[in-house]
Design a protein around this ligand. Structure first.
Ligand code: ANZ
Ligand code: ZN
Length: 806
């Protein structure tokens, strides 16, 4: 058959019949199957899209044929930097290029023949969508979860503009190659750290890949420890002490020094006049380095003495204060107590600066040759017994709390989510700045704050929005005086943090979503997409869901019950496909040659879905051949009668059904296709058999076509029709395995009792030893032969003999 022809034929029929239109009232338990929404990048659909959308669609179709009411929508993540960069380069407006890209991409996605219900489509850059992204921002703002603070951005002194992390290449501006500097700017943040504990606790119950769960746990980075207050020997103004965060309160007796991060506000206050110049130079140098560079283990542990001292609260020892860049301002309190004997960084630092190394715990960090003082025992006689235990640490911290010198504290490594972008092509942040009233949220009734179309893209150092007077100039919603709009736009991860809530009710113009509908349709039952979003999109979505749950909008507090990551399809050379390597396999010519079903089938057959792997041209050809083999059989028997019983091929067919029904829901498409191939081989073998009856073969073929329909939808729809099907194969029930047919044949066993043959029994072929023994002992003839004796041991020689020792 001509695959391209039948594919467009069936897509036409499906559209005309509306068979992919989701009906929330239809029978069957709902299943919301979602693939991560695509970014319309301009290029044609690549193999990764096919792998994600095509294969996940087969899973959705499988569920549908198993009686579920399946919802599978699609939309576009349409704001973002590439369209804006393209506009700067070519002058094509981001809306124009985005619209064109979406048109192409949607056509290609439709050609893929998925069961997506396109009536729920949206694009995040449309005002009727981003109106609700802005609404979401306001909900967070009203509840204290959106706030402004100064934070460093990447700034290119030559382009005079803020640039995104992904535009910084080797510390240089991607466009003009000038060294990028970090600059403090006031920006908007979402307080995801308020949800750190809830986000952490929620991970356990998720049916997600273990790796991704671990990544989120590490990202959240819960650290149970405490704070310790070191009083200054000489207080300076209001500053009387320095507070550190530590997970090792048990090492407090071994403190050699205390360090502050270069950005710590006390540095400039506490530094002595003699040390001022050296400290200032050090702080300036540190500002040029990223946190990653500063904390790299290979980096020299540098620092400068501040010229002042503080006191160790447990023993009153005088400890010097330093500034050092290995201490980060963004973690804990931005200050660390240095325990040279028990921390390798601190050890390097202490040795370098000629400070004492005081060992207080045995057998740690290989410092066993150092003199050891067991302060734990010295001071204890009760209180700090076994200090190194979790209990001991808490005892130390609780004792410190009594004198106001610290206490227990839990820290999270995760930072708040920075959502401001100094960019044009994003959802405007709905805030107005008024000289009298300050930052004022745009009233909900005034949403959306529409992104102006007519803006100037000439790269002159300013975000296009700041130059757009009609946009920037407005009036204060409170006092009515002239005011200025926020010119930053929202990170596109904000747009995609809630989109799954929008789909069921995608055209609602009264609300972001209808509460009842969403609570019926969500959480998403199965979410399929790349693992690279583990600590961004997948975490942000969980956060937003939890916030909306706590605000009473949602009954559930996790968005994605099950998550599956597809692997990566590599080039034939085993490397990631890339234009520079010239190893890109493009889908289009393959589809022209073999049809989209053959491509989809190969993507399922040729790879472990989660692992991916290198592309092989031979693979798709063999899948096409496999389809031809099926087609030939169908054409041969299509006009025969059907005779289901007692059918030959029953065993092979039911075995295949059983395996496929286990493999597909587990995303083991490769083994499922292999089973189908085995079944087709068995059919050919049967056809060559003396007892061959076409009516039996036809019966088996009808089942095969249903089994395979989710994997090759157009092809099987066509075969189903050829075999006499009168309606879409996707309205049929998926075949169910008849276990009774799985007994292939029987075999006669000789049964011995104490090595003497007593009777013969018939058992199914291919039994495991234990099962054969069990069946033998339950057999009436064997029971009679045993005459009430208790078997001590049963020896089974498969397919031949069972010897029962009594
Ligand atoms: C004393 C100590 C002794 C420490 C010892 C470790 C080992 P996690 O587990 O990741 O939370 N620390 C605290 N704040 C820091 C900052 N702003 N920049 C760099 N390091 C910082 O790590 C907690 C440990 O990291 C803390 O415990 C502190 O060093 C250091 F033998 O305190 B520790
Ligand atoms: Zn005002």
């Amino acid at each position: 058959m001509n695959h391209n022809e039948i594919e467009s034929k069936w897509q036409g029929v499906w559209n005309a019949d509306g068979i992919n239109t989701f009906n929330p009232e239809a029978d069957g338990e709902k299943r919301y199957v979602l693939e991560m929404l695509p970014y319309p990048s301009g290029a044609k659909l690549h193999m990764g899209h096919w792998y994600n959308y095509g294969v996940a669609d087969s899973y959705a179709r499988y569920l549908r044929m198993n009686g579920y009411n399946v919802f599978q929508p699609m939309g576009f993540d349409a704001f973002g930097l590439p369209a804006e960069n393209y506009a700067i380069k070519t002058g094509v407006h981001p809306k124009a290029s985005t619209d064109a890209n979406i048109a192409t991409m949607e056509r290609q996605l439709r050609d893929m023949g998925t069961m997506v219900d396109w009536s729920h489509e949206f694009r995040t850059c449309a005002p009727d969508y981003y109106k609700w992204t802005q609404w979401l921002f306001l909900q967070l703002y009203k509840n204290g979860l959106a706030y402004q603070k100064k934070a460093p951005v990447n700034f290119c002194p030559s382009c005079q503009t803020v640039i995104a992390n992904e535009q910084v290449v080797d510390g240089k501006c991607e466009r003009c190659k000038t060294e990028v500097v970090r600059k403090e700017m006031t920006q908007w943040f979402f307080k995801i750290t308020d949800y750190a504990e809830k986000l952490l606790q929620g991970i356990d119950a998720l049916d997600w890949p273990e790796k991704t769960k671990i990544m989120q746990r590490n990202w959240i980075g819960k650290s149970v420890g405490g704070e310790v207050v070191f009083d200054l020997c000489v207080p300076k103004g209001d500053i009387k002490s320095v507070t550190v965060f530590t997970t090792r309160a048990d090492t407090l007796f071994g403190v050699s020094y205390v360090v502050l991060a270069p950005e710590h506000p006390y540095v400039s206050e506490l530094v002595s006049p003699e040390q001022k110049a050296a400290v200032q130079a050090y702080v300036a140098a540190a500002a040029k380095q990223s946190e990653i560079e500063r904390t790299s283990t290979s980096k020299d542990k540098t620092g400068v003495f501040l010229g002042c001292y503080c006191l160790n609260p447990v023993n009153g020892e005088k400890v010097p204060l330093y500034v050092a860049d290995y201490c980060l301002s963004t973690y804990g309190t931005g200050a660390v107590m240095g325990v040279a004997a028990h921390d390798t960084r601190d050890y390097a630092f202490a040795v370098k600066n000629g400070m004492p190394v005081k060992r207080v715990i045995k057998g740690e960090n290989g410092n066993d040759d150092l003199p050891f003082t067991d302060y734990g025992i010295m001071i204890n006689s009760g209180k700090f017994d076994g200090m190194s235990s979790a209990q001991g640490k808490l005892a130390v911290l609780d004792a410190l709390a009594e004198t106001g010198h610290g206490g227990r504290k839990i820290n999270y490594r995760m930072r708040d989510w920075s959502v401001s972008r100094q960019r044009y092509w994003g959802a405007p942040i709905p805030i107005i700045y008024c000289e009298h009233c300050g930052a004022v949220p745009v009233p909900e009734k005034d949403l959306p704050v529409t992104l102006p179309q007519d803006v100037n893209f000439t790269p002159d150092g300013k975000s296009p929005l700041t130059k757009c007077k009609e946009f920037i100039e407005t009036v204060c919603p409170i006092c009515g005086k002239p005011a200025r709009r926020e010119s930053d736009t929202l990170d596109t991860f904000v747009c995609s943090s809630w989109y799954y809530l929008r789909y069921p009710d995608a055209h609602n113009d009264k609300a972001a979503f209808d509460k009842n509908t969403v609570n019926k349709m969500l959480p998403v039952d199965c979410y399929v997409g790349g693992a690279e979003h583990a600590c961004t999109h997948l975490l942000y979505s969980r956060f937003i869901t939890k916030v909306l749950h706590d605000l009473g909008y949602l009954d559930f507090d996790e968005p994605f019950t099950r998550l599956v990551h597809q692997g990566v399809i590599l080039g034939p050379d085993g490397y990631r496909m890339s234009k520079t390597r010239g190893n890109v396999i493009s889908a289009d010519p393959l589809i022209e040659k073999y049809g989209s079903d053959a491509l989809r089938l190969y993507l399922m057959f040729g790879f472990d879905y989660v692992e991916g792997g290198p592309w092989s041209d031979g693979g798709i050809a063999s899948c096409a051949k496999f389809m031809d083999r099926i087609e030939r059989l169908v054409v041969e028997v299509k006009d025969e009668n059907v005779d289901p019983a007692p059918a030959a091929l029953d065993y092979e067919l039911n075995y295949c059904i059983k395996q496929v029904a286990e493999d597909l829901p587990a995303f083991r498409f490769n083994t499922a296709v292999a089973r189908l191939m085995e079944l087709v081989n068995a059919m050919y073998k049967y056809r060559a058999d003396g007892d061959y009856k076409p009516a039996y073969l036809k019966h088996a073929l009808i089942a095969l076509v249903k089994l395979m329909a989710p994997l090759a939808p157009h092809f099987c729809e066509e075969l189903n029709q050829l075999l006499g099907g009168t309606r879409s194969v996707f309205l049929e029930k998926y075949p169910v395995c008849d276990e009774s047919k799985l007994v292939r044949a029987t075999t006669e066993y000789a049964v011995q009792v104490n090595s003497k043959i007593r009777c013969k029994i018939v058992l199914p072929q291919g039994l495991e030893r234990d099962r054969a023994a069990e069946l033998a002992l339950g057999n009436a003839d064997v029971t009679a032969a045993l005459g009430g004796a208790t078997p001590k041991k049963v020896i089974v020689i498969p397919e031949r003999l069972i010897n029962i020792l009594i």
